[in-house]
Design a protein. Structure first.
Length: 293
């Protein structure tokens, strides 16, 4: 069977042989990848590396590849949102699994291990500021995965239906409809171990209205957060809000990579408390992930 050819308009390669947005070349990508939102956090992660082989910057995407205790690791900033995760995941997968010379899929495919390190809002009393949360499942309020074939095969359709029934959303209310996706089980076990909270993470398409924050514009469903806090599926509860985990878990599953998200809670929505001095503590989470990845 002839392998698919990826045209110039679909796979855009820069003149120097790097991928379009990231400006990273195939040989610069490690098999272990850490994603962070803030470009400034890339250097914080890389400050723990024993060696550094490259540093590339383009727009909000900053990439450093190096080694940590003998493990070759690439850290990439994605910026904020599932739309940026769509760019990063597709380009990272292309770097790993498409031959840039022939523009065909490689004979042997690489499966990457990808961990996103971020911040989030806690939704339970047991997730106060400072808590480390590992996303066993992610529920996407962004709709991204609905554009990809195979979405139903990798998602938990029963969890999706249970959540929609619980929320009581219908018609165009808070559309697009959520999708539910599991993170890689082995990676969750290795990263979370027995000292991180595990649960369901809701990835939102915005920071304000989609996360139930009301400033000057009223919300479509002012009871959304209370409903999410009370949702239970097979003994699991929604632990936190962030903005990227669903696209990461979903695209990784479709592409054949292993992925999960770990976040530090910086605001607890239930008790309405926030910690704006969190940056001094997130390095502890970074060190845990570097050890366990």
């Amino acid at each position: 069977m002839e392998k698919k050819y990826f045209a110039e308009s679909e796979l855009i390669i820069n003149e120097d042989g790097s991928i379009f947005h990231l400006h990273v070349k195939p040989e610069q990508l490690a098999d272990k990848v850490i994603l962070v939102g803030d470009p400034g956090r890339v250097d914080l992660v890389a400050s723990h590396f024993d060696t550094k082989e490259c540093a590339v910057e383009s727009r909000e995407f900053r990439t450093v590849t190096g080694t940590y205790k003998g493990k070759r690791i690439t850290v990439i900033s994605t910026g904020i949102g599932c739309d940026n995760i769509d760019i990063v995941m597709n380009e990272v997968d292309a770097l790993a699994n498409i031959d840039f010379e022939t523009r065909h899929e490689k004979e042997t495919l690489r499966s990457l291990e990808i961990v996103r390190i971020g911040t989030c809002g806690g939704l339970q009393l047991y997730t106060p500021a400072g808590t480390f949360v590992c996303s066993e499942y992610s529920i996407g309020f962004d709709g991204l995965l609905n554009f990809y074939a195979g979405r139903n095969a990798v998602c938990n359709l029963q969890m999706e239906r249970a959540l929609l029934n619980h929320l009581g959303w219908s018609g165009n209310m808070c559309q697009p409809a959520p999708y539910a996706i599991a993170a890689d089980k082995e990676l969750v076990e290795r990263i979370a171990k027995d000292d991180m909270v595990r649960g369901i993470t809701v990835a939102c398409g915005g920071f304000f209205g989609p996360q139930g924050r009301e400033l000057r514009i009223p919300l479509t469903d002012p009871n959304q957060n209370e409903k999410l806090e009370n949702f239970e599926y097979n003994g699991k509860h929604i632990t936190n809000f962030e903005m990227e985990s669903s696209a990461l878990a979903g695209l990784a599953r479709l592409m054949g990579h292993k992925a999960t998200t770990v976040c530090m809670v910086i605001a607890n929505r239930r008790i309405k408390k926030a910690d704006t001095g969190y940056k001094s503590h997130i390095d502890d989470l970074i060190k845990e992930v570097l050890e366990r990845l």
